[in-house]
Write a protein that binds this ligand. Structure first.
Ligand code: OKP
Ligand code: ZN
Length: 334
């Protein structure tokens, strides 16, 4: 399978994150992608398709914030990485504020996603990897893999969060639509709900979003991913959430994936994009499912049997030592 990756994605390396009341070393380490790349052997550098596909999904003012906030933070004399501490959740309105702290809150959903001087470039390259895999499939490959990193599925049109800045799979889905694919399905099998992807396509009937994830009653991102969220307007019924309890193993996960694939087939998708997280692994340090390395081959094979042209985009997975083997298992099963 063709695999797309840009080593420039590794330059993004926040120092710490706020986790359960204390600052701890950042879990979304560059070594994650380095380990996967080493296991895969060789990867292709994606073509640079520019900012236009990103601008088709993300707001111009948010992109400007991602590019300029780290320098403004430093100019304000702040140490470390950009991080918000106040969020406009009450009577939110379109104020045009300039203070860096106001902007950091406006454009984020959490305090665990620091923005560094290297973040924009790494996220940009991560998008190009996702576009590389997607265009390879549009040009005739049965499947392709994007070793994107940082992840993307928690980022919305105008906000970062959950270690995510640009939503790679959403940009890829929109690019496929713009290339003439009428119906695109996104299947998100990361441990965490892909709230950003869901939000971007919430009122869209042309992009189906299905997600299997830890019940948000117990796990990040809490406010989204509940079973009753089904989309609205033209998108009503084009969102499917299948939350599962902590401790879930391969049997229940596999049944959920079959259910999601049946819905995707019913939708009439011509292209499948997979947000693949290996943080469903039993040894993941921040997650609570129980999948084993060999189980990923089963999930990959089930996905392949759906018979759709498929681009697989990397999301989470934090057991760095096992990550390469888990991804390799998934891709070989496919
Ligand atoms: C990103 B992806 C506070 C930290 C919150 C955020 C998890 C983001 C997961 N305890 N952790 O979906 O793998
Ligand atoms: Zn995750």
């Amino acid at each position: 399978m063709r695999c797309f990756h840009d080593p420039g994605q590794l330059a993004h390396a926040p120092a710490t994150e706020l986790h359960n009341g204390e600052f701890v070393p950042y879990a979304e380490k560059p070594g994650r992608a380095a380990g996967i790349a080493a296991t895969l052997g060789s990867t292709e550098l994606p073509q640079d398709r520019g900012e236009a596909p990103i601008r088709a999904v993300h707001d111009a003012d948010y992109i400007e914030f991602l590019k300029t906030a780290p320098a403004r933070w430093a100019e304000a004399g702040r140490p470390g990485d950009v991080i918000g501490y106040i969020w406009p959740t009450v009577r939110k309105r379109a104020l045009k504020l300039d203070r860096i702290d106001a902007l950091a809150g406006q454009y984020s959903i959490d305090a665990s996603t620091p923005l560094t001087a290297q973040t924009w470039d790494a996220a940009y390259r991560s998008v190009q990897s996702a576009l590389g895999a997607t265009h390879a499939v549009l040009e005739g490959e049965r499947a392709a893999f994007a070793l994107s990193r940082p992840p993307g599925h928690h980022a919305g049109a105008d906000y970062l969060g959950g270690y995510c800045y640009l939503n790679h799979v959403a940009v890829a889905a929109q690019a496929a639509r713009d290339a003439g694919v009428e119906r695109v399905a996104i299947l998100d099998i990361d441990y965490h709900h892909g709230n950003g992807t869901q939000d971007i396509f919430w009122e869209r009937g042309d992009v189906f979003f299905a997600s299997i994830h830890a019940d948000p009653a117990t796990d990040f991102p809490f406010y989204w991913g509940h079973a009753d969220e089904r989309g609205e307007g033209a998108g009503e019924g084009a969102t499917l959430n299948l939350p599962l309890p902590r401790g879930t193993g391969i049997d229940a996960f596999r049944r959920a994936q079959e259910q999601a694939l049946a819905a995707i087939e019913g939708f009439g998708a011509e292209l499948l994009l997979v947000s693949f997280g290996a943080d469903t692994y039993v040894g993941d340090p921040i997650s609570q499912f129980a999948l084993e390395t060999a189980d990923y081959a089963v999930l990959g094979a089930d996905l392949s049997a759906a018979g759709l042209p498929t681009a697989i985009v990397m999301e989470g997975g934090y057991a760095v030592d096992a990550l390469g083997a888990n991804v390799a298992s998934f891709l070989s099963g496919f």
